[in-house]
Design a protein around this ligand. Structure first.
Ligand SMILES: NC(=O)c1ccc[n+]([C@@H]2O[C@H](COP(=O)([O-])OP(=O)(O)OC[C@H]3O[C@@H](n4cnc5c(N)ncnc54)[C@H](OP(=O)(O)O)[C@@H]3O)[C@@H](O)[C@H]2O)c1
Length: 381
């Protein structure tokens, strides 16, 4: 039997897929990949997983233990024909749903991928459960489902509050996904993982995801910060997040039904982050000016409308969507995942500076290795 996993071509999904393949030699994965052919799908998986596996290991693991399903969350039945659906239903004993649209500015993308996509996946999960019983359905959500907060430590139990407004369509649709999974799979063992702001890896400087890194580099380059020095920001490295997801999905009896994958009370203050950056020789001396939050937000709005070639509109757009999360001084209690994993995530100042250097010196790109010409990619999914 296999784990049907969505999002393997993405940042967190690549950690989780390669982590399960490495750590659980008996595990088999069914991977939903957006591609027009098995060859293209395999190339896309190589691109996402090469930060974790060398090519020989990748080919060995993916060819011996992964079934590829060419499909799309936004197509009816994920775009799978009858035969592929039947195969998926018969061979899947758990679902690990990581794929999502993180496009906070597009209600349409969030609605289609997160809501319609999750509904299609849940219908397949219902069919598999009716056929032979599912071991588990794990939904990768986000702490953003907690909605508007200010100066709080949020626990898993206190996260969903339907009377609260949400920051953006991403948070709103992810919140409803959690609800949908619980409502439509009442007899299935459901686990929910809610990462906070995932930034880099505490073991090495490389990343393939740059949006939040870009926003942080922008902040590091600003002499005046529209933040209070004592505010805390909940940042967690991707390697800790993926360990949490793998534990929640793979362990026989994880202790809790929902986990914040976060730094919680160990989250650093902006003062600690800035002092750490100065000590590492990154950024400049900063002045904290929380009263400038309003003017700063208006400047960001204005910069978003500038011509793309000036280079300010993209970082300004990113800042626009992340600003509410930077200024809410809210962290997410992580005692459950610390109990489950037995350790805490490394603080951002331990590993953030090599990450900044890698990102800014590489112009926010990862130096992807091409598919080796001598190896022909797979012809059959
Ligand atoms: N990164 C964070 O800071 C963070 C924080 C909290 C929670 N999360 C959650 O973690 C999960 C993974 O996030 P991430 O940062 O890894 O995002 P990501 O790098 O953008 O990856 C998103 C994944 O979803 C897939 N996907 C998107 N639209 C799809 C569609 N229509 N059909 C099939 N697959 C589709 C993407 O496939 P393609 O490669 O084909 O686009 C990709 O594999 C999400 O559920 C997100 O809500 C992330």
């Amino acid at each position: 039997m296999a784990i049907f996993l969505t999002g393997a071509t993405g940042y967190i999904g690549s950690y989780v897929a390669s982590g399960i393949l490495e750590e659980y030699p008996k595990a088999r994965l069914g991977l939903l990949v957006r591609a027009s052919s098995p060859a293209e799908a395999e190339k896309r998986l190589w691109k996402s997983m090469q930060m974790h596996l060398d090519f020989e290991r990748f080919i060995d693991l993916v060819r011996s233990r992964c079934d590829i399903y060419l499909g799309d969350l936004t197509s009816p039945s994920l775009g799978l024909d009858d035969e592929a659906q039947k195969r998926l239903i018969k061979s899947t004993d758990s679902f690990l749903h990581i794929a999502a649209s993180l496009n906070r500015k597009s209600s349409k993308a969030c609605f289609n991928v997160n809501l319609r996509g999750t509904l299609s996946l849940v219908k397949l999960a219902q069919a598999a459960h009716a056929d032979h019983g599912l071991r588990r359905f794990t939904d990768i959500s986000t702490v953003a489902v907690a909605g508007h907060r200010k100066d709080e430590i949020v626990t898993e139990e206190g996260t969903i509050d339907w009377d609260r407004s949400d920051y953006d369509p991403y948070a709103r649709t992810k919140k409803f996904c959690e609800h949908m999974v619980h409502e439509l799979l009442p007899d299935v063992d459901i686990r929910v993982c809610r990462p906070s702001t995932v930034l880099g890896d505490s073991r090495f400087p490389e990343t393939t995801q740059f949006d939040m890194v870009r926003a942080f580099v922008m902040l590091a380059r600003m002499p005046v910060l529209p933040l209070r020095p004592e505010w805390r920001m909940d940042i967690v490295p991707a390697n800790y997040v993926s360990r949490g997801i793998i534990a929640a999905h793979m362990r026989d009896k994880p202790k809790y039904s929902a986990y914040n994958l976060s730094s919680g009370a160990g989250s650093l203050t902006y003062r600690e982050i800035v002092d750490g950056m100065e000590a590492a020789g990154i950024g400049m001396r900063h002045i904290f000016a929380p009263r400038l939050e309003g003017p700063f937000a208006r400047t960001v709005d204005a910069l978003m409308g500038t011509p793309r070639k000036w280079g300010a509109s993209l970082p300004a757009s990113l800042m626009k969507v992340f600003l509410p999360y930077l200024t809410n001084n809210t962290v997410f209690d992580n005692s459950r995942i610390v109990e489950e994993l037995g350790d805490t995530p490394r603080p951002f100042t331990d590993y953030g500076f090599p990450l900044f250097r890698f990102a800014s010196e590489g112009n926010f790109t990862y130096p992807y290795k091409p598919w080796p010409g001598a190896v022909s990619p797979r012809q059959v999914a």
